[in-house]
Design a protein around this ligand. Sequence first.
Ligand code: KG4
Ligand code: ZN
Length: 369
Amino acid sequence: MTAHAPHPTRDRKPAAPVILAVETSCDETAAAVVSGDGTVEASVLASQHDVHGKFGGVVPELAARRHIETVEAVVAEAIRKAGIARTDINAVAVTTGPGLAGALLVGVSFGKALAYALHIPLIGVNHLEGHVASAWIEQPDFPMPCIVLVVSGGHTHLYLAGADGSYHLLGHTLDDAAGEAFDKAAKMLGLSYPGGPAIDKLARSGDAHAVKFPRPYLKKGNLDFSFSGLKTSLLYHLRDLDRAGTARPVPDLAAGFQEAIVEVLVEKAFDAVRRHGVKALAVVGGVSANTRLRALLAERAAAAGLRLALPPMAYCTDNAAMIGAAGRRAFLEGRFAPWDLEAEADLAFPAAGAPRAARVRTRAAMRGR
Ligand code: KG4
Ligand code: ZN
């Protein structure tokens, strides 16, 4: 394959494209088929939690290897479930970054080869753009402008999304991401990986006010976040309990820790809404699956008369349906990738003036784990 191979032109572009999407940025091998009207026809996921669980976090090399072993079968399963033939696909959308370099490379190479073999366009999708798109899958009429909060294992970013499709970064975490804080706390509490769902579950039987955790950065008067102090606070608390020979009230600690993160996320998101005078808020990314966060957001949005978009549970954590949704939009806007598209571990969002053909960076770019 060369960078100069003939590329399908926009002239052949159907108005209602069928998109095959591939996502391999971290520890889920995922494929999806999104139909011409934006309906998710199939979304298949092969989780790698069995591979990484015993290490308490994602091991990049193992992730890439498992993606290689699994991607073909996952894509075949998505096509089968959607009930289409390969020749029905109009474009392949693939995550180009940010994420783990080796893991991304598997999806990009596979997507590129498939698109080339089928003589259809290739679309590169920013993983964060995919998470954002997950909010509109069930609410295509969601009003713009709005505030978007992306909360995942690698990101805690607040954006102002404009009606013209622009994204303006308002604030972000200065250290740990919210999901990362959940994962690290879970590890300290001896819970299973990934930590977010484990804390979420255990917190339901705990008292969120039994142990008081700090609300970092809430009083700073800006829209940035910081969660590393919260983690340290838990560490000291556990140390004090252990020194005193007191049993750890794990459900209370999980509930208190969760409440601190959730409260900071909700306050900052609503602060952004107030500052920018918008009437809508979308919260996406793995942490948007959190039961307490969803409940508090719904409560506050109802009280403020605010339109709220949360992805369906299946599309909160990494999946390919969101990449297909973002890819469909790119297709309709004519944003296709060149054949020499590469993965970029540190791909920025929004990609202000970044070249379409990204680079794989040599340094190992772990997303905080
Ligand atoms: O979006 P995602 O699947 O991957 C990244 O792009 O990072 O997010 C994964 C993160 C993990 O840190 C995981 O612990 C967290 O999302 N997470 C949760 C929940 N489900 C997943 N955090 C809190 N509560 C949950 N229910
Ligand atoms: Zn993600």
